[in-house]
Design a protein around this ligand. Structure first.
Ligand code: SF4
Length: 663
């Protein structure tokens, strides 16, 4: 890249990007974004950029970042929300952008350690010969054979190991069980190699968990994770606050405890066979963990610590503490016999300390650190987590940023503001000084989309709400020539509509979340072209279905977080105490971001057309509805079903005409 090349010329319709990226379109918004980033790199400031769908924000930040590396040797960390986005950046966007700009920074991809094969644990599992099933043993042999050819050790590329396979924890490591530099396999360790490559790279692609892990300098046996970068770009930045809450908090999970037990057993098989009591202690801890899980009741609950603390549960937790102490003492005797046993002892001690801390709050009836953090429990099908989450991470995040080497921070996403206001995002992360930029989507929403709010639906609290709206909507779904997403705020509503539509929906394939793994489900939906997919929160964002395969998006209710979720409940209480209105200051802003994400599934390209249906009548009946509507792209609005049917009909004609042209 010639040093004198301006962003304007690079982004022009016959500029360097157009030569490499087929179909590249010059977009004013994209250039504005790149120029704003170039300015903050120069002035060593930070910026929050909301870039509407279709702005092309990836190129908007990659070009100024690579230019700054080329001209000023500035190192870059790119942090994204998901593994898929990491892969897309590392394997597709960055190599193409290097080519387009004619620059060659060293690039690296760093994923969480649970993606990489752990040689030590794989060999340990093979040696133990103890498997839950025959198929687990077979898969382990296949992973071993794959390990002979892989360069990266990235297990997501091992086709024999399916997502969610029970073998994963046996062939990957955690911060807790990794032996670090003392591991006998350290010289060949894939995690260590990926991290070494990252520390010497000019551009590193990470996810938000790793970025935060690096920022809070978690001591996990490898020291710092990432190089001292000059700038950090946080894409999908709207996800950062929630992830930060978990990073600056504490957690103790049944999985951690079970893993210590399992690792102790594996280690004992080779280095402490003489102490049969060790195995007995392990069994007793496992039993006590299971007892606690049973006492916690149903899966899927998030409950304040104080509310679940029945005398029976308190007793089970105290018993678990007692058994953990016994295991800890026994492990202490063997810690010097192997690095593995030493590590099990350390982890057992740490878990014991956390549990004692949680249990002690029963004795002194202190709720938590009064309005600073909330203690709560989450239950899963086979386990539980006990957590302490800070209510406010702004100071911690601001401090971590101050201690970080980067001088420019770029936060970007399609959904950061409420009615063009960045306040909440900035307050939550302590970014008050950051600059702001809002870039509207370049799509022509006026002509590409319609927003429909049906007439005469009851209030969502009405018992007849679901049955009424689904009846009202069904004709639209059946008339839609393309695909339909129905996004729910609860599984209960999803299941009810699924049951009804399995009977009533005609001529369309009906899919529901949980029928297949997420990626497979989306692929089947896309291929069908006119299917209906019922889904909840995990499909509200990050799903990209372009064209006719998705031309109708229906949202059942405004996505307010449940006010009895411990973190939300505690934030509401703290806001009240501070004299604020929690509904307006917390719940509405959060729901607006979620609604923007859901609505963003509809128009994904310049030629996309479609209808967004928001069933919730509170959008019209309540004054706050305006705030939601103002935050959505500028679509034509109608309450008239006939107008929607006509629009859907026109989509059908469009597609017939296209077929005729192609024919
Ligand atoms: S260093 Fe850690 S991750 Fe690497 S092989 Fe050893 S235990 Fe596994």
């Amino acid at each position: 890249m010639a040093d004198s090349l301006s962003l304007k010329s690079l982004f022009s319709s016959d500029g360097a990007l157009s030569k490499v990226f087929t179909g590249f379109k010059q977009r004013e918004e994209q250039l504005t974004m790149a120029e704003a980033i170039e300015d903050v790199i120069e002035s060593e400031e930070s910026i929050c950029i909301e870039a509407g769908t279709g702005t092309g924000k990836t190129f908007g930040y990659l070009v100024p970042a690579l230019k700054a590396w080329h001209q000023q040797d500035k190192k870059v960390i790119l942090s994204t929300g998901t593994k898929n986005l990491q892969d897309q950046l590392y394997y597709r966007d960055l190599p193409n952008m290097r080519k387009a700009l004619g620059v060659s920074p060293k690039i690296a991809l760093l994923k969480g350690r649970n993606n990489y094969l752990c040689l030590y644990r794989m060999e340990q599992s093979l040696d133990s010969g103890q498997f839950q099933s025959r198929s687990m043993a077979d898969t382990l042999v296949k992973v071993k054979s794959w390990s002979r050819q892989t360069q990266s050790g990235d297990l997501t590329q091992c086709s024999d190991l399916a997502d969610g396979d029970a073998l994963w924890p046996y062939v990957t490591s955690t911060n807790d069980n990794c032996l670090g530099v003392e591991c006998p396999d350290y010289a060949d360790c894939y995690v260590a190699k990926a991290r070494q490559k990252a520390t010497s790279a000019d551009v590193v692609v990470v996810n938000h968990h790793l970025l935060l892990a690096d920022m809070v300098l978690k001591d996990d046996g490898f020291g710092e994770l990432l190089p001292d970068a000059d700038m950090v770009v946080v894409d999908e930045a709207h996800q950062l606050t929630d992830i930060a809450h978990s990073f600056y908090g504490q957690r103790l999970t049944s999985r951690q405890l079970m893993e210590v037990c399992r690792d102790t057993e594996l280690e004992a098989l080779t280095t402490a066979k003489d102490d049969r009591q060790l195995s007995v202690s392990v069994r007793r801890v496992e039993g006590a963990v299971n007892e606690v899980r049973l006492s916690l009741g149903e899966a899927g609950q998030k409950v304040n610590w104080q509310l679940i603390a029945s005398p029976e549960l308190q007793q089970k937790l105290k018993e678990l503490e007692k058994e953990l102490l016994a295991l800890c003492e026994r492990l202490e005797r063997h810690a010097s016999r192997s690095k593995g046993l030493d590590s099990c002892h350390r982890r057992c001690e740490e878990s014991l300390q956390s549990l004692s801390l949680f249990n002690s709050s029963f004795d002194n009836s202190e709720q938590t650190k009064s309005y600073e953090a909330v203690r709560w429990v989450e239950t899963y099908r086979n386990g539980f987590a006990i957590l302490e989450t800070p209510l406010n991470v702004s100071e911690s995040f601001a401090r971590s940023r101050k201690e970080h080497a980067a001088t420019s921070w770029i936060f970007t996403s399609a959904t950061m503001t409420q009615a063009d206001d960045f306040s909440l995002f900035k307050q939550e992360l302590g970014l008050e000084q950051a600059k702001e930029l809002i870039l509207p989507s370049p799509f022509d929403y006026e002509h590409q989309a319609i927003l429909h709010i049906p007439r005469s639906l009851p209030d969502p609290r009405d018992r007849a709400y679901i049955s009424t709206w689904q009846k009202e909507i069904l004709p639209l779904v059946e008339s839609n020539p393309g695909g339909t997403f129905v996004l729910f705020t609860s599984y209960a509503a999803l299941n009810k509509v699924k049951e009804l539509w399995q009977e009533q929906l005609s001529g369309k394939e009906l899919f529901a979340q949980g029928d297949l793994p997420k990626n497979e489900l989306i692929e089947r939906f896309r291929e069908a072209g006119d299917a209906v997919l019922l889904a909840t929160s995990s499909f509200w964002e990050g799903v990209d279905v372009k064209g006719e395969a998705l031309s109708l998006v229906i949202i059942d209710k405004l996505p307010f977080s449940a006010p009895d979720e411990p973190l939300i409940e505690a934030k509401i209480q703290a806001a009240r105490k501070a004299g604020k209105n929690p509904f307006f200051d917390i719940q509405i802003p959060q729901a607006i971001i979620a609604l923007k994400q859901g609505a963003g599934r509809l128009i994904r390209d310049y030629s996309d057309k479609g209808v967004l249906v928001l069933c919730d009548p509170r959008l019209i009946a309540n004054r706050y509805g305006q705030k939601f509507l103002k935050s959505l792209p500028p679509m034509k609005r109608t309450r008239d079903k006939a107008v929607v049917l006509e629009f859907l009909q026109s989509l059908s004609l469009d597609s017939d005409n296209k077929d005729a042209d192609n024919g």
